[in-house]
Design a protein around this ligand. Structure first.
Ligand code: 5GP
Ligand code: ZN
Length: 121
C-alpha cells in the first residue's frame, strides 16, 4: 500500500482526526478507535514502514524512540506499572493496518471484566 492511501499516514499528517497523545517530528501516538483494553494507544513512526519485517538500519533510531514514547505515554496515562507493547507483522499474524505500529495496552486494574490474559498468544 502506498503512503497516500494509508490511514495511519493520514492520521499522522492530521488529514484523518484522532485522539492524539503525543507528536514530534518523527513519531505520533493516538488512541485506538476500537480499544481492546481500558487504555489502548497506538505509537507509530511517521515514516511509512508497511510491516516490521521491512524495517531497515535507517529505522533503528526511530523505532527505538517509539519505545521511549510508549513508556512516556504509559506514565502519562497512569499505567506505567502495568502495560504491554505489542506489534504484528503480516496479515496472518493479525496485522490489519500496513503501517508499522506498536499497541500500548493497559489499565486493566480499573476494569476487572477486561482482565489481562496472563499468557501471550
Ligand atoms: P493491527 O490489527 O494492524 O495490529 O492494528 C490496527 C489497529 O488500528 C486496530 O486496533 C484498529 O482498531 C486501529 N485502527 C484502524 N483504523 C483506525 C482509525 O482510523 N483510527 C484509529 N484511531 N485507529 C484505527
Ligand atoms: Zn503509512
Amino acid at each position: 500500500m502506498e503512503p497516500q492511501n494509508c490511514v495511519f499516514c493520514k492520521i499522522a499528517s492530521g488529514e484523518i482526526p484522532s485522539k492524539k497523545e503525543y507528536e514530534d517530528d518523527e513519531i505520533f501516538a493516538f488512541h485506538d478507535i476500537n480499544p481492546k483494553a481500558p487504555i489502548h494507544v497506538l505509537v507509530i513512526p511517521k515514516k511509512h514502514i508497511p510491516r516490521l519485517v521491512e524495517v531497515s538500519e535507517d529505522d533503528v533510531e526511530v523505532l527505538g524512540r517509539c519505545q521511549l514514547v510508549a513508556a512516556q505515554v504509559a506514565k502519562k496515562l497512569n499505567i506505567g506499572d502495568a502495560f504491554r507493547v505489542l506489534t504484528a507483522s503480516g496479515e496472518a499474524a493479525g496485522q490489519s493496518v500496513f503501517h508499522t505500529h506498536y499497541h500500548i495496552v493497559g489499565g486493566w486494574q480499573e476494569t476487572p471484566e477486561m482482565e489481562v490474559k496472563k499468557e501471550f498468544p
